[in-house]
Design a protein around this ligand. Structure first.
Ligand SMILES: *[C@@H]1O[C@H](CO)[C@@H](O)[C@H](O)[C@H]1NC(C)=O
Ligand SMILES: *[C@@H]1O[C@H](CO)[C@@H](O)[C@H](O)[C@H]1NC(C)=O
Length: 638
């Protein structure tokens, strides 16, 4: 007997590692098969790394014997997930493929994953009926199929999922009645924006708000549309349909008449316009009062030519133009010299600047920025403002205000030049470029990942710079990643402050829109609370690695704060973080805190947002842990 026991134990000892080994090996094979089928950023997995548990988005059991979580949210996966991929991760408990571009059918063998507790498939392109294998996931707690095109009925089979706490089905093509679901723990529920019809079962109605059912043809509580109780549902519905048919006819007729009226009106207006154009003199002087630089077309052309000249031409074109202008106007309109600020030694003058080699750094909200290499060896950044709408006096006052700002986390304004045609701002040149370029440029394999410490310190520097501006009674007005410039040691310097009130609203609002607080309708009306909002978006950008100015992976119109909130709502905070950040597992708690700060700053209500000093203090706390120790890495050796 003893020998037998010994024998069994020996077999187990031999087998156990073999079993675990084959588990992780088949998991690896499954992940590789998935990667080659759906691509996206799973292509960034380092497949020469033998330990799959460190691959981004992959989480293993404690003993590293098998994969238990796979998170691939918003990483550009596309196409069909074939069988023998995910389903072979037999111990999977959490699967998140949300915010990708995956299409139907779901792999039929997925039903093997009976340990699955969380399944997030929202915001893909699935268009089949809800597959039956879902109902074999008896351990499922969270299920999110929202924002796809799932069709067909919602069946009573959902009652098999007795542990379900979350069921999100909104924004699909589901049709038919809503069955009576009897799942005691179901606390998060949404079927809005589907083609569902009929009454809302009482048990569901009492537990959920109206917003869980909007955009459907459901009736009864908590919606205001009463069901027809007297007649059977069919009779009631027919009646309703007929009525709405009549209504539609009315609307159509109304529309046709309306369109005709509008066309007539337009015709009249056009005629009037034509008459106006024939006599232009009167209107011009009015416009000139509003907008000094009304004669725009030739000027745009000159900008282009300067840019094309690039390094060779320098500012010569601008200079020549300015000289012409002076001749025409018969002298020195706005003073020929640069106005310098503060401690800046007057190491160059306007002529030096105009002789400098110029390279376009970028076209910003307020004008084009150039890198200017002076003959004396100094390099400065020159911003050529466009569409300045304030008077000379006001301009010079504002410049004095900006020139007085003096803080280690601001890009100092060294000097400016003003005449009616040209407004040039001369700044210190920042060779490392902007945070935006650092985060979103060069996503290739050669790129140095930006670690948590660096990102947090950049956030801190930027926060201090903006806090200083606020302490001076000023607002920035245009906080965004491309206005956070970096020193060679990755210290943040805030640039472009104070310019928003000088310049007419940007012709490309979308580029700023991602950062703009909802209450801001006129970009020139800056406020400190709007700065806080923009800074919050910047924090979210730092943490997620997503540019707020681009539509997120295949989701039109969802801004970054709303996206982050939708993900965090489900307590899977990890999914929002930049894959590059997920390598640093011991700082997760700090990352979550900074994320929460970003969410607080982007509150829709200005009064609920924290102040910049509060924001700075919070980030200082988070940075204290590593800034007190002597940290290694990018901060020190750069
Ligand atoms: C990939 O993994 C291998 C093995 O661990 C490692 O030597 C290599 O540096 C990694 N490559 C990258 C780009 O991280
Ligand atoms: C349900 O989803 C819709 C979007 O389709 C959203 O507007 C609504 O707030 C959600 N309601 C609940 C209770 O989650």
């Amino acid at each position: 007997m003893a020998a037998f026991t010994y024998y069994i134990a020996a077999i187990l000892l031999i087998l156990l590692p073999a079993v675990t080994f084959s588990d992780i090996a088949s998991d690896r094979a499954a992940l590789l098969a998935l990667r080659s089928a759906v691509g996206g950023r799973s292509n960034l997995w380092n497949i020469s790394e033998p330990n799959i548990c460190v691959w981004a988005g992959v989480a293993c059991s404690r003993d590293h014997s098998t994969v238990v979580e796979l998170h691939l949210p918003g990483v550009g996966l596309s196409g069909v997930v074939p069988p023998n991929t995910i389903a072979n991760l037999t111990n999977l408990q959490t699967l998140s493929l949300r915010y990708n571009a995956l299409v139907s059918p779901l792999p039929s063998d997925l039903g093997k994953l009976t340990n699955l507790r969380n399944l997030y498939l929202q915001h893909n392109l699935f268009n089949e009926s809800i597959p039956d294998f879902l109902f074999s996931f008896i351990n499922l707690v969270r299920l999110n199929l929202a924002m796809n095109s799932f069709s067909g009925p919602i069946t009573t089979s959902f009652n098999n999922l007795t542990r379900l706490g979350t069921l999100y089905l909104e924004e699909n093509q589901l049709s038919g009645p809503l069955p009576d679901l009897n799942i005691p723990g179901l606390v998060q529920f949404n079927v809005s924006n589907n083609n569902l019809t009929g009454p809302i079962p009482k048990a569901i109605a009492v537990k959920n708000p109206k917003s869980a059912f909007v955009g459907t043809s459901l009736c009864g509580q908590p919606l205001n549309d009463l069901c027809d109780n007297g007649v059977g549902h069919d009779g009631g519905k027919k009646k309703k349909k007929k009525l709405s048919g009549g209504a539609i006819a009315g609307i159509v007729i109304g529309c046709v008449v309306g369109v005709l009226l509008i066309l007539l009106l337009l015709l009249c207006l056009c005629k009037k316009r034509g008459n106006k154009n024939a006599a232009p003199v009167a209107s011009k002087s009015v416009e000139a009062g509003v907008k000094e630089t009304a004669v725009e077309i030739p000027r745009e052309k000159s900008v282009e030519s300067v840019e094309r000249d690039g390094l060779g031409g320098g500012f010569a074109a601008i200079g020549a133009k300015m000289k012409d202008k002076e001749k025409v106007e018969g002298g020195n309109v706005g003073g020929k010299s640069l106005v310098f600020f503060g401690k800046t030694p007057k190491a160059f003058d306007l002529d030096d600047l105009l002789k400098a080699s110029a390279e376009v750094l970028g076209k910003g909200t307020f004008g084009t920025a150039y890198k200017a290499g002076l003959e004396t060896g100094i390099t400065v950044a020159v911003k050529r403002l466009r569409d300045v709408v304030v008077s000379e006096k006001e301009f010079r006052e504002k410049m004095d205000g900006i020139g007085k700002m003096d803080h280690a986390n601001l890009v100092p304004l060294l000097a400016y030049y003003y005449n009616r045609e040209e407004k040039l701002l001369v700044y210190e040149y920042m060779p490392m470029g902007s945070l935006s370029a650092l985060l979103h440029g060069n996503k290739g394999s050669s790129r140095t990942p930006l670690n948590w410490e660096t990102r947090a310190n950049i956030a801190l520097g930027a926060a201090r710079g903006i806090t200083y501006l606020h302490s001076q009674g000023s607002s920035h007005g245009n906080v965004k990643a491309s206005n956070i410039l970096l020193t060679t040691t990755y210290q943040a310097r805030v640039s472009d402050f104070g310019l928003a009130p000088l310049v007419s609203p940007t012709p490309t609002p979308n580029r700023v829109a991602g950062y703009r607080a909802p209450e801001v309708t006129d970009a020139r009306k800056v406020s400190q609370k709007a700065d806080v909002y923009s800074f919050g978006v910047l924090l979210l950008e730092l943490l997620t690695g997503r540019a707020p100015t681009h539509a997120l992976a295949n989701e039109e119109g969802v801004d970054l704060p709303r996206w982050v909130q939708s993900v965090v709502r489900e307590e899977w905070t990890n999914e929002v973080f930049d894959l590059e950040l997920l390598r640093y597992q011991n700082v997760e708690e700090d990352m979550v805190q900074l994320l929460q700060l970003g969410i607080d700053c982007t509150d829709n209500y200005p009064d609920k947002r924290p102040s910049m000093p509060e924001v700075t203090e919070k980030i200082e706390e988070l940075c204290r842990t590593f800034n007190s120790q002597d940290s290694t890495g990018i901060m020190e050796d750069a």
